[in-house]
Design a binder for this molecule. Structure first.
Ligand SMILES: O=C(O)/C=C/C(=O)CC(=O)CC(=O)O
Ligand SMILES: [Ca+2]
Ligand SMILES: [Mg+2]
Length: 363
């Protein structure tokens, strides 16, 4: 079973006419944690109160949830509930940690330059995104309008298949983060929808802005780090060796394969294992200047691309030059009505759920 007792991801659900509350997924059911365990933190409309309690409380909750799930009480069929955004997202950061993705985008967008900028192997490049427009899987995505440079609906709407990390334990301003698993609660799937035409015109020299801020989708389920223990792997070797604050203290690479589907057709299966920068390095980097973490912060890996298996359409179609063949049609970028679904699995069968969204026409 993909959501057995070894997985138990967390989400927020409601029954018709009832308030939101915290649940744990067990197969095709959701364990009502407030009913099963008691306690205000589980009767909350987001995971944030639980996230704020820290690792010892997370471990205790997981152990008690596993016992409760095994009894079979307080389980509600998923078909009877609505799933909501699981986290009140505090700040949202997006990295650019795939060597294949960064090299491909360099070749496509900057053909006369070196594919990688000189900084790329020295630090995990990232940007601050828009936390308030992170939406739960299943939320329809309205095609954005903007300058392309003439004003109108984006004609190059794209996806970015990413893995996201949810922060529980905060830091104080001026402090650096400690160990990765002291701060990070769990892992989720992210689609960083990107309007390539808006992005290309606006992002020089300050970086992505409206081309990526219209919506970012995340899975309804946050998989706790404990469930991914068996998927941990050494990160990819790095040359040059990064400075001391970025040196890996423990293996936080993850053996996860993403499956990207467009209108139900498999189009790519990138491996998170191949990422150049690992998530512990991302956390160390984003706090090295003393910037504080907040409970509910989300940081995403950046597009997960591996050799021959890219995580975006701009790479899959080489900027539209080589359209994708789907049954009875072709695609360069997304068309209205298209649905993109990203799932991910570890090699030992833990599912990260899915992040899905359908494109609505511009207004
Ligand atoms: O290389 C570029 O010019 C642009 C890159 C991106 O749009 C990627 C981005 O948002 C970060 C990532 O997902 O890896
Ligand atoms: Ca991105
Ligand atoms: Mg986005």
């Amino acid at each position: 079973m993909s959501f057995g007792l070894d997985n138990l991801p967390y989400g927020v659900f409601s029954r018709p006419g009832e308030p939101r509350r915290v649940g744990v997924r067990v197969g095709d059911q959701v364990l009502d944690l407030a009913a099963a365990l008691g306690g205000d933190v589980y009767a909350a409309p987001s995971l944030n109160p639980l996230l704020a309690l820290g690792r010892a409380a997370w471990q205790e909750t997981r152990a008690r949830a596993r016992e409760a799930a095994a009894t079979g009480d307080h389980l509600v069929p998923l078909a009877e509930v609505t799933l909501h955004l699981p986290v009140e997202v505090a700040d949202y950061v997006d990295f650019y940690a795939s060597l294949e993705h960064a090299s491909n985008l360099g070749r496509i967008l900057r053909p006369d330059d070196e594919p990688l900028k000189p900084n790329w192997r020295h630090l995990p490049v990232g940007y601050h995104g828009r936390a308030g427009t992170v939406v739960v899987s299943g939320t329809p995505i309205r095609r954005p309008c903007g300058q392309r440079p003439s004003f109108g609906p984006s004609q190059r709407l794209d996806i970015e298949a990413e893995v996201g990390f949810v922060v529980g334990t905060p830091t104080r301003l001026g402090e650096r983060a400690g160990a990765f698993d002291d701060h990070v609660f769990g892992v989720t799937l992210v689609n960083d929808w990107s309007a390539r035409d808006i992005q290309a015109w606006e992002y020089v020299p300050l970086g992505p802005f409206l081309g990526k801020s219209f919506a970012t989708s995340m899975s309804a389920w946050i998989t706790p780090l404990e469930a991914l223990e068996g998927a941990r792997v050494e990160g990819r070797s790095q040359e040059p060796e990064p400075p001391a604050y970025l040196r890996r203290q423990a293996p936080w690479g993850l053996d996860l394969t993403l499956h990207v589907e467009l209108n139900g057709e498999a189009v790519s299966t990138p491996s998170f294992r191949d990422m150049y920068w690992t998530p512990d390095q991302m956390l160390a980097h984003m706090t090295v200047n003393g910037a504080s973490l907040r409970t509910g912060d989300l940081f995403a890996s950046g597009t997960v691309s591996s050799v021959g298996q890219p995580g975006s359409l701009i790479e899959l179609t080489w900027n539209g030059a080589d359209p994708l063949k789907l049954p009875g049609e072709t695609r360069t970028f997304l068309e209205d009505g298209d649905t993109v679904t990203i799932t991910a699995w570890t090699s030992h069968g833990i599912s990260l759920g899915e992040v899905s969204g359908k494109v609505l026409p511009a207004t």
